[in-house]
Design a binder for this molecule. Structure first.
Ligand code: PEP
Length: 249
């Protein structure tokens, strides 16, 4: 069971070596020990060096994607075992920027997640509805479909975290109201309980325009175990304040 709050930072396609090491170092220096779980997900190219820089800290390191095979003729791809080898403990899968921008469907995400679990990584599985789906009142239908379609075989509360990330909230400065996030998380917990033996214990994160200013209210909600942060995770001070706002020390 991961210690709460769980605060993960998705750096996306940001981080040349110097900038990445400075950011990782600033966080590692604040985190020799942690009461919660704080993790960073830098680009592949800096993983090895960042792993070395943070090795004396309690920070988690993760990758932003992986292939569904261990190795082979897959030009440009990275396997879950390579991420492990680089020092990662987790991987983000099913992010909407990959589902929508790169055509990843539920079945593909599930295969990747199964590979990640086989390699020993924690899977951070992202799901979320688009603005049109939300406005059409189809949120639960979309989330149920994504969950059922991309949930990996062998998933349990020890190897899976689910991140609810409404697409319309990512990078937009807009978020659902905290009560609305709590309601969806409660509903998701029920869905997970039906799909997995220990599904009710799977950690649930909220993601989408989380900042230090709104993180406390979001993480105070019942059923919210933490947050997945994009833009605000590129500023060490702001990211640390988000973690602290969730009660982490
Ligand atoms: C994300 O892309 O996972 C994310 C939550 O982005 P942001 O915090 O920038 O909205």
């Amino acid at each position: 069971m991961l210690a709460r709050p769980i605060v993960f930072g998705n750096w996306k396609m940001h981080g040349l070596r110097e900038q990445a090491l400075a950011l990782a170092g600033a966080l590692a220096d604040r985190a020799p020990r942690l009461t919660g779980t704080l993790g960073i997900f830098p680009p592949f190219t800096v993983l090895h060096e960042v792993a070395r820089r943070i090795q004396a800290s309690a920070l988690w390191l993760g990758g932003q994607d992986c292939h569904d095979r261990r190795e082979g003729p897959f030009t440009g791809c990275i396997s879950a075992w390579m991420l492990k080898d680089a020092g990662c403990r987790a991987v983000i899968l099913g992010h909407s920027e990959r589902r929508r921008g790169l055509g990843e469907d539920d079945a593909w995400v599930r295969r990747k997640a199964e590979a990640a679990i086989a390699s020993g990584l924690l899977v951070v599985l992202c799901i979320g509805e688009s603005e049109e789906e939300w406005q059409a009142g189809r949120r639960q239908e979309v989330l149920a479909r994504q969950l059922a379609g991309s949930l990996p075989e062998g998933a349990n509360a020890a190897n899976l975290v689910v991140a609810y990330e409404p697409v319309w909230a990512i990078g937009t400065g807009r978020t659902p109201r905290p009560e609305e996030i709590a309601e969806i998380h409660l509903w998701l917990r029920g869905q997970l309980g039906r799909l997995l033996a220990d599904g009710e214990r799977v950690a649930l994160l909220y993601g989408g325009s989380v900042k230090a200013a709104n993180a406390g209210a979001i993480m105070a909600m019942e059923g919210v175990d933490g947050v997945l942060v994009g833009g605000a995770s590129l500023d060490a001070e702001e990211f640390w304040r988000i973690y602290r706002a969730g009660g982490g020390a």
